[in-house]
Ligand binder design. Structure first.
Ligand code: ZN
Ligand code: ZN
Length: 228
């Protein structure tokens, strides 16, 4: 199997992340993964990039982090794709896959968009939206039990390493009931957490369009921590 971690933060862009993209790639090698998608917190999230910077510089920091990771990944034989995690309501976040970074660069109005508009934008750019950890119950989330609007999302994160078992169970059932793609992600913010979640393909995937296509078809298996 060809394993990918698809929910991962790096300390160049996410304020809560402890590891660099290089450390994450080294962890991927160690744990026998084939690739990663970097999904750093974006404008409406826990970013450490200056929101007052020009849009060019703001998005540029994400692109630079991704490009450095991609280059290092090539050396280490780890495929690296560009994703984002963006807030769409207080305490609620969407994982975005399959949108070229230039799409964000060319559309600064993205940050003004409603959840519906963000979802439409991602789809127009050829990407997909996955609802990150729905039903997560934390103090910073005002309405943890309110289900997400299923129409906004292609998929649901049915397993998130940072969530409690009952939160994940609720998310998984919600995904099944709404006939959504279900994925697993570790939401790793540090190299030590790498390798406990993600998705595994049956064949090598090095092209982002192929990756998106396989996710759309649920042509993968879910990775869970060993102790579950
Ligand atoms: Zn975070
Ligand atoms: Zn995250």
């Amino acid at each position: 199997m060809y394993k990918f971690e698809i929910h991962l933060h790096t300390n160049n862009c996410s304020a809560c992340a402890l590891s660099s993209s290089k450390e994450m790639i080294d962890a991927a090698v160690k744990k026998g993964y084939s690739g990663i998608v970097i999904t750093n917190h974006f404008y409406h999230g826990n970013t450490c990039v200056d929101r007052n910077a020009t849009w060019q510089n703001f998005v540029g920091t994400y692109i630079e982090d991704y490009e450095d990771a991609k280059e290092y990944g090539e050396e280490k034989n780890i495929t690296v794709f560009f994703g984002l995690e963006e807030g769409f309501a207080p305490g609620k976040e969407m994982l975005i896959y399959g949108v070229e970074p230039e799409c964000f660069l060319n559309h600064p109005e993205f940050i003004m968009m409603s959840a519906r508009e963000k979802s439409d934008f991602v789809h127009e750019c050829g990407g997909i939206c996955i609802c990150a950890h729905p039903f997560r119950n934390r103090r910073y989330i005002p309405d943890p039990h309110t289900p997400p609007d299923p129409d906004l999302f292609d998929g649901i994160e049915g397993f998130n390493l940072a969530n409690k078992a009952e939160e994940n169970e609720k998310a998984f059932i919600f995904g099944l009931n709404n006939k959504k793609i279900i994925v697993s992600g570790s939401d790793t913010h540090q190299k030590e957490n790498f390798g406990n979640a993600g998705i595994a393909f049956y064949e090598p995937v090095t092209d982002y369009k192929v990756f998106i296509d396989k996710i759309k078809k649920s042509d993968f298996e879910l990775i869970y921590p060993n102790e579950i």
